[in-house]
Write a protein that binds this ligand. Structure first.
Ligand SMILES: [Zn+2]
Length: 253
């Protein structure tokens, strides 16, 4: 049986796996509101399940760490249940994960992120830790590896949170967290200053989610489907598995 999920393995199994595995995937999610229709663990479930599929594809080169189930989500705090890390906390967690696994011989890392709010802190962590610990680190918001499907199959003006994209991914990866009978379109505040600049290619405005949407979601989840989820996940898997092959082989010294 293939074994690559660290929390499901014993130390002798891990010792054996380290003979072929040279990269650790670290799934990073969030605990934050996702409208009326997706449970708040959405990003953690997606990070965890996608990482397992990617590791299966890349066996026996990779191991997967426990999922980091909290993310940097201050922009969702106006909705009940969201728990946010400070950016500094996430960077500190990544440091402790990297330094621990380096101790066990892992020198390459992929931070596999499922939540936009984590991207900037994970970028800082990667820059800092790669140099400080002399390891190689890559980081991805994994749906970015499915650009073609997103471009061709999604037509909402705004999407990216509890939308058709995210519902589709959940229907494919973790269907039990979707409330299919409650799916509705994002109730957008069309006049919101932050919304007007959301798609700007020259400036980013820090905002709260309740400024731009009343029900917590954007896009139109009613257009989501298992089939769209499968297409998104398969495109991202192909691209990231190819990346891992290159990353593992790369001799960069
Ligand atoms: Zn999400």
């Amino acid at each position: 049986m293939k074994k690559y999920i660290l929390p499901d393995m014993t130390w002798p199994e891990i010792k054996e796996a380290l003979k072929t595995a040279s990269i650790a995937i670290v799934p990073v999610g969030a605990q934050e509101q996702h409208g009326y229709h997706i449970a708040e663990g959405c990003d953690s479930y997606r990070a965890k399940e996608f990482s397992a599929l990617l590791a299966e594809e890349c066996f026996p080169k990779v191991l997967v760490t426990p999922t980091i189930n909290f993310g940097v989500s201050p922009h969702h705090m106006d909705f009940p249940g969201t728990i946010t890390l400070r950016p500094e906390t996430l960077i500190a967690i990544m440091e402790d994960v990297v330094s621990s696994l380096k101790h066990h011989g892992i020198k390459k890392f992929l931070f596999l992120n499922a939540h936009g709010g984590n991207s900037a802190p994970l970028g800082v962590a990667a820059e800092k830790l790669a140099r400080q610990y002399e390891v190689e680190i890559a980081h991805t918001k994994f749906v970015d590896a499915a650009k073609q499907t997103l471009r061709e199959d999604i037509d909402s003006e705004y999407f990216g949170h509890a939308c058709e994209r995210e519902i589709s991914e959940c229907l494919y990866l973790a269907p039990s967290i979707v409330r299919e009978d409650l799916i509705e379109e994002g109730d957008m505040n069309r006049d919101a200053f932050a919304l007007n600049y959301m798609k700007s290619d020259f400036v980013k405005v820090v905002y709260q989610f309740n400024e731009i949407t009343n029900n917590g979601n954007i896009g139109d989840g009613r257009k989501g489907s298992y089939e769209l989820g499968e297409k998104i996940i398969q495109e991202a898997l192909t691209n990231l598995a190819e990346f891992i092959d290159d990353f593992v082989e790369a001799k960069r010294e």
